[in-house]
Design a protein around this ligand. Structure first.
Ligand code: UD1
Ligand code: UDP
Length: 356
């Protein structure tokens, strides 16, 4: 038995190709949902659209502080893993669900495979950084989305367990993009997503982001994360956001609709780790609303521009980048994240190492 633990939107998107590849190879699998994300449009929609079977169990551990959530997942997960006794636990990305899975499995001596191992922001105030470091160091096999991630792991002495497979999100992106009819030529848009703790934790920070949005030119479509919606309301900024005429705030969308939006975008304004990378799949430049180390190859290519919404000089530069951003045709897009067959490579490596 191979068990996967997932709980967040990007993890469902990463799970789909690996689940299907293992299924095609005939392996018995079980999915545990931590419940970290629980709204229909943050969770169930991805299972339905990406053909992933319903989780065997949902631990309903959403909400609360980091410690409360992580602890709740750990307690629930231990019980489930004792029942499953899997040969392998697969963990995805860098969330509290990932961290809880790593600690519980390590203590039960269940080998861990970590999908999307190795990115480093080199900033431990970034909650995801702590989750990644702990998870990578407790894993038996590490699947890296790019060579920079592999180099990070080598520096930490983890190179022998690490492989560059390419980004599994590219597998998912292609599986959806290939099935979508090219839309009739439509107005190009800016797609915006916004959810990071660093960008929602203070009124000043949120207001400065809205000021940047006000100054951008062209229609902006923003499927808004529920955390951000709640924070805008809490800080009395919801009306200010609603008054920005060229900003269309919508509910979070499923992945098919998200790919449609990305494929219409000339620019993606985001603080999402996943979407910033997907921008290169979809041909839209990326303006990233945090100054931290991430996807450095895209930065070198001047595909991705990072800025600080609270620093005027940095904002001016970001606005210049935004003004110049145009859609980029397939042959000219950066290609740092593999060939869209990451899941098959993962299955192959797991077999070679006798882990499944
Ligand atoms: C989490 C991850 C982050 C990841 C993101 C993906 C951690 C520390 N953070 O951040 O790394 O980038 O998921 O989206 O694990 N909420 C709802 N409905 C939902 C989900 C969340 O209303 O379905 C609201 C709740 O008020 C909740 C808040 O959003 O307390 C934050 O959710 P949480 O899962 O803690 O963090 P994310 O910002 O989603
Ligand atoms: N996404 C989606 N619907 C939305 C917003 C995002 O399907 O309304 C997808 C996005 O394309 C990417 C993933 O969700 O594949 C990123 O998730 P998120 O930004 O929540 O998390 P992060 O990548 O920052 O961990």
């Amino acid at each position: 038995m191979i068990t996967h633990i997932v709980g967040n939107r990007p993890q469902f998107i990463k799970l789909a190709p690996l689940y299907h590849a293992l299924e095609n190879a005939g392996y018995e699998q079980s999915i545990i949902h931590s419940g970290q994300h629980y709204d229909e449009n943050m969770s169930d929609v991805f299972f339905a659209e990406l053909g992933i079977p319903a989780p065997r169990v949902n631990l309903s551990a959403g909400g609360g502080s980091h410690a409360q959530m992580t602890a709740k997942i750990m307690v629930g997960l231990e019980e489930e893993l004792l029942a499953d006794r899997p040969k392998l636990l697969v963990l995805y990305g860098d969330t509290n669900t990932t961290l809880a899975g790593a600690i519980v499995a390590a203590k039960l001596c269940i080998p861990i495979a970590h999908v999307e191992a190795g990115p480093r922001t080199h900033d431990q105030e970034n909650p995801e950084e702590c989750n990644r470091i702990v998870t990578d160091h407790l894993s038996k096999i590490l699947f890296c989305p790019d060579t920079i991630s592999l180099q990070n792991l080598e520096r930490e002495g983890l190179g022998q367990a690490a492989y560059v497979t390419g980004d599994i999100m590219y597998d998912t992106y292609l599986s959806i993009a290939d099935g979508i009819q090219q839309p009739d030529p439509q107005e190009e848009i800016i797609v915006m997503t916004w959810h990071r703790q660093e960008n929602t934790c203070s009124r000043e920070r949120m207001e400065s982001i809205l000021q940047v949005v006000e100054r951008l030119e062209g229609k902006i479509v923003c499927p808004l994360h529920p955390r951000t919606r709640k924070c805008l309301a809490e800080y009395g900024l919801w009306e200010k956001a609603e008054k920005i005429a060229h900003l269309e705030i919508i509910e979070p969308v499923g992945y098919t609709e998200m790919v449609r939006l990305m494929n219409r975008a000339r620019l993606i304004l985001t603080d999402s780790g996943g979407l910033s990378k997907e921008s290169s799949f979809a041909g839209a430049k990326c303006l990233f609303m945090l100054e931290m180390d991430l996807w450095d190859d895209l930065v070198k290519d001047q595909w991705m521009h990072k800025f600080n919404p609270q620093d005027e000089e940095s904002v001016e530069e970001a606005l210049r980048f935004a003004k110049q951003a145009e859609r980029v045709a397939l042959p000219e897009r950066p290609k740092h994240y593999g060939d869209g067959h990451a899941a098959e490579k993962m299955v192959q490596k797991l077999k070679e190492r006798g882990m499944i």
